[in-house]
Structures are given as structure tokens and as C-alpha cells.
Design a protein around this ligand. Structure first.
Ligand code: PMV
Length: 309
């Protein structure tokens, strides 16, 4: 048997602008994870059991663009496994689906590592990230590559499309409270809407992306030097620019305001927007009160993650 796990993720700064070449920051969320186990079986074929996504099937019955099937086929091709083994692949995940926490990318990363390991291959992190990116393209349209990168490396990243990933380190521990709006929001749609806005007035939106990029750069410096008040303020500014990009929503705005009112240093939506998650930077002594306030204000689920230096 071989197995592998991969964490969830949140984008801290720079979503959307990252698609247009500006920097963004993301962190792994290790409180949730996808786990894949690969076993021998007597039954001929490659059997997939993924109860969290109601999937129980043999590989050949799945369409080419089904993400799990596409990932398996990609790994078989990578490992040049022409004689398909008889095996069973069990996929479990505690990462909420379609909530901007990277559940799809985490399943791909864990599946690539577990299946490649079963076939006696050890792809490098860059290879795992690239294969996951190719799978993300199936249902995401034009992903920047930030999700597959942060989940593969499982460390805080400073990411710019097309450049080697930069890992960075916090100057002290900090806690992010994540509130799930419970509204499913396909990233593809918000990314497409932003593209239409940008096409209609490129200079206005390029200026906005520049401002978001500058915030992401300042935020990295604030994290490295443990300047939490400044970091919170940068989150608030980034949220305003995301509102200008039309990717917030009444519930996300309300959750962001609730987090600020109940003691967060700052808050913003995270990821594609419209639904999905918001995040708040919260002093240790306010974690419980901010989490409770978010639940009362309508967050379907609240998670807390602490990044250690
Ligand atoms: O919705 P998420 O968390 O997968 O994040 C999408 C981030 C965007 O910048 C909006 C798109 C991208 O590919 O980077």
C-alpha cells in the first residue's frame, strides 16, 4: 500500500490580480486534508472509491475530463505504466468542496504522489505541481497556478505566474480565521467576469491590479517582520479593491465587517469570491469571539489556522 496527504489552502492576498501577472500570497491550511491510499486488489482494473464526491467506479468507465480519472491517466502516462495494474484507490478528504479551500488540487496532489509511489516513481515537487496545474485547467479555465503550487509545497508562498515559487517565513506566529459563506461559487465564473471588465477598460483594471500587487508585496514584508496591525490594514484595503472588481457579495461583506467589529485586525474575501470564503487576521485572545460572531452572522463553517515562524 502507498499513501499520501495534501493540505487545503487559502489565498491571503492578490487573488484575481495574480491571473494578470501580479504577486499573490497563499498559505496551506493543514487542519483539513485530502488523503489517498493505493492498494493491490484481485479484481482486474483500477477501482476508485471517493465517498466524499460520491464516486465509486472503475477507471475505464470515467470520462476523459473527470478530474480524478484524468489525474490517474496522467500518472500512468508519467510512470509509463502500459500494463495497467489491478489496484484500488481510496480517496478521502476533510476539505470542504467548492469553498475556495483547494479541495480539487489537494486530491490531485495526494493522488499523484500516492499512485506514482505505488508505481515506484517519486516525482519532484515541480512535477507534482505541474501535473496538478494541468488537471486544474480542465475545470478552472485559466488558473494562475497558485493553488497547485501552495498545496504541493505545503508552505506559505509568494507566487507570480510563470516564475519559480518563493517560499517565505513569518516573523512570528499569526492566526487566520476562515469563514465559509456556504455559497458555492465557481471560480471560473468570477475569473471570466473580471476578464470581461478588464477587456472593456484595460487601463482602469491594470491600475487596480497594480494596486493589489503592491499590497501583496507590502503584506509579505509585514508578515516577515510580524507587523500585524499593518497586515490587517492591508487585508482591508485588498478587500475594497476586490469589491471594486465586483467579486464580493453581500454575505461576504457582512462576514468581513463582522470579523472587524468583533476584534480582527483586518479581514477580506479569499479566492474567487462571490461566495466561498472570507479570512480574518485575529489576535490570539479574540479567536473564540471572532469565530462565534462569524457563525452567528451566517458562516456555515469556521476554521482556524495558525502559521508558525
Ligand atoms: O477560488 P480559489 O481559491 O481557487 O482561488 C482562485 C484565485 C484566482 O486568483 C481568482 C484565480 C487564480 O487562478 O489564481
Amino acid at each position: 500500500m502507498t499513501s499520501a496527504s495534501a493540505p487545503g489552502k487559502v489565498i491571503l492576498f492578490g487573488e484575481h490580480a495574480v491571473v494578470y501577472g501580479r504577486p499573490a500570497l497563499a498559505i496551506p491550511v493543514t487542519q483539513v486534508a485530502a488523503r489517498v491510499e493505493v492498494f493491490d486488489t484481485n479484481r482486474p482494473g483500477i477501482w476508485i472509491e471517493a465517498p466524499d464526491v460520491q464516486l465509486s467506479a472503475e477507471l475505464s468507465s470515467l470520462a476523459a475530463d473527470q478530474p480524478v480519472a484524468a489525474t490517474i491517466r496522467k500518472v500512468l502516462a508519467y510512470a509509463k505504466a502500459t500494463n495497467h495494474p489491478s489496484l484500488k484507490i481510496k480517496i478521502n478528504s476533510t476539505i470542504p468542496i467548492a469553498a475556495g479551500l483547494g479541495s480539487g488540487a489537494a486530491i490531485s496532489v495526494a493522488l499523484i504522489r500516492a499512485l506514482a509511489g505505488y508505481l515506484h516513481h517519486t516525482p519532484s515537487d515541480d512535477e507534482v505541481s505541474r501535473m496538478t496545474f494541468e488537471i486544474e485547467m480542465l475545470y478552472h479555465g485559466t488558473p494562475s497556478g497558485i493553488d497547485n503550487t501552495v498545496i504541493t509545497f505545503a508552505q506559505p508562498i509568494y507566487f507570480m505566474k510563470g516564475l519559480p515559487v518563493e517560499l517565505f517565513h513569518a516573523g512570528g506566529p499569526f492566526t487566520i480565521v476562515i469563514g465559509d459563506s456556504g455559497i458555492p461559487a465557481p471560480t471560473k465564473e468570477s475569473v471570466g467576469d473580471v476578464r470581461r471588465l478588464w477587456s472593456g477598460d484595460p487601463s482602469r483594471y491594470e491600475t487596480l491590479f497594480d494596486k493589489i500587487g503592491a499590497i501583496a508585496r507590502s503584506a509579505r514584508a509585514a508578515i516577515e517582520s510580524a507587523h500585524w496591525l499593518e497586515l490587517g490594514d492591508l487585508m482591508n484595503q485588498n478587500h475594497s479593491y476586490l469589491q471594486e472588481l465586483t467579486v464580493s457579495s453581500p454575505l461576504l461583506d457582512q462576514l468581513v465587517q463582522t470579523a472587524r467589529d468583533s476584534g480582527a485586525w483586518g479581514a477580506k474575501l479569499s479566492g474567487g469570491g462571490r461566495g466561498g470564503n472570507m479570512i480574518a487576521l485575529v489576535p490570539a485572545e479574540k479567536i473564540a469571539s471572532v469565530s462565534e460572531a462569524l457563525s452567528s452572522a451566517g458562516a456555515r463553517q469556521v476554521l482556524t489556522t495558525t502559521i508558525e515562524p
